[in-house]
Write a protein that binds this ligand. Structure first.
Ligand code: ATP
Ligand code: MG
Length: 312
């Protein structure tokens, strides 16, 4: 079974702070949906509401059309991998994975644990304590523990954030493959843009308690709905001149109606990015094919831009 997830006008406050504000979303069955947003924007809160460990102040949560808003977490058949994995430190890998099966008095536990451990490449370390394995392995154990009960909805809260860059890269690929193998619905929280780009069928950008834009990562980058999205998405923020937004690479250097005085240049993998100011004092970052000297003035034209309604 593959399930659809809907949130309708969900609001959640902690004290006077409205963390989630009238948020609605419909996530398709089998979709890999990424929630992207800066720290403290309510990403974990959103997952806790879906999983049922927090209750919304108002609004509804539906799984496959069924209202689960007041159901306890164990009646929702979903799995959550927490930001810090929340593994049981005194238990072995095997005991950690077996734990939810024991809790629910499920039969054939050894076979089930073995099968999921093999799938995630941790079959060799089942007898180790979780404190004695690497971060990447811990992440797989947390995933295995979540998957072992065959949930129909996966909620993953920055599960790769503790891994170093290399491991993270391969873990990302494995996770995408796993989702395709399981053919289940995933909601994946991250503040990492590369992860959002690599994993998300759609990416929802959380800002001020709601999704400011929901689209492919490509559209977030090339066609941001608001200046805030343009600024937040991308390795570099979008540049703004008046109500025109443009990416560092959407320019031609050498001649044109605009002038930039260079503050600094940086070289990123053979590509140069120059930082500078226009005559009007706007700070811009442009892509270039060579280094420029500090204080040098260059002219440029904008070859493509995104028109926003008001001047930014
Ligand atoms: N139990 C709580 N009681 C009071 N305030 C809370 C509680 N949990 C979260 N908050 C507040 O709600 C806001 C959103 O927190 P949340 O953990 O959802 O953010 P996040 O987007 O997951 O951040 P991060 O990327 O740092 O994990 C924060 O301002 C946080 O301080
Ligand atoms: Mg969080």
């Amino acid at each position: 079974m593959v399930v659809k997830l809907e949130l309708r006008n969900v609001t959640k406050s902690y004290g006077k702070t409205k963390v989630i504000n009238d948020l609605s979303i419909s996530i398709e069955a089998g979709e890999f949906f990424v929630v992207l947003g800066p720290s403290g924007t309510g990403k974990s809160t959103l997952l806790k509401l879906i999983v049922g460990i927090e209750q919304p102040d108002s609004g509804k949560i539906l799984i496959d059309g069924k209202d689960v808003t007041r159901l306890p977490p164990n009646k929702r058949n979903l799995a959550m991998v927490f930001q810090n994995y929340a593994l049981y430190p005194n238990m072995t890998v095997y005991q950690n994975i077996a734990f939810p099966l024991k809790m629910h008095r499920i039969r054939n536990i050894p076979e089930k644990v073995r099968s999921i451990a093999d799938k995630l490449n941790i079959g060799e370390i089942l007898s180790k304590k979780v404190t004695q394995i690497s971060g990447g392995q811990q992440q797989r154990v947390a995933l295995a523990r979540a998957i072992v009960r065959n949930p129909t909805l996966f909620l993953l809260d920055e599960p790769l954030s503790n891994l170093d860059a290399r491991v993270r890269y391969s873990a990302r690929g494995e996770l995408k493959k796993l989702q395709q193998d399981l053919h289940q619905t995933f909601v994946f929280v991250t503040h990492d843009q590369k992860e959002a780009e690599a994993l998300g069928d759609r990416v929802g950008v959380l800002h001020q308690g709601t999704f400011e834009q929901i689209s492919s990562y490509n559209d977030l980058y090339n066609d941001p709905k608001t200046p805030w999205i343009g600024d937040f998405v991308g390795d570099y923020p979008m540049n703004f001149v008046g109500s025109k937004g443009f990416r560092p690479e959407w320019v031609e250097l050498g001649q044109g109606e605009y002038k930039l005085e260079i503050d600094s240049s940086e070289n990123v993998g053979g590509i140069y990015f120059i930082h500078g100011k226009t005559d009007d004092g706007e700070s811009l970052i442009l892509k270039a094919d060579r280094r420029y000297k500090i204080g040098e003035q260059i002219r440029f034209s904008i070859s493509k831009f995104k028109q926003f309604e008001a001047s930014v």
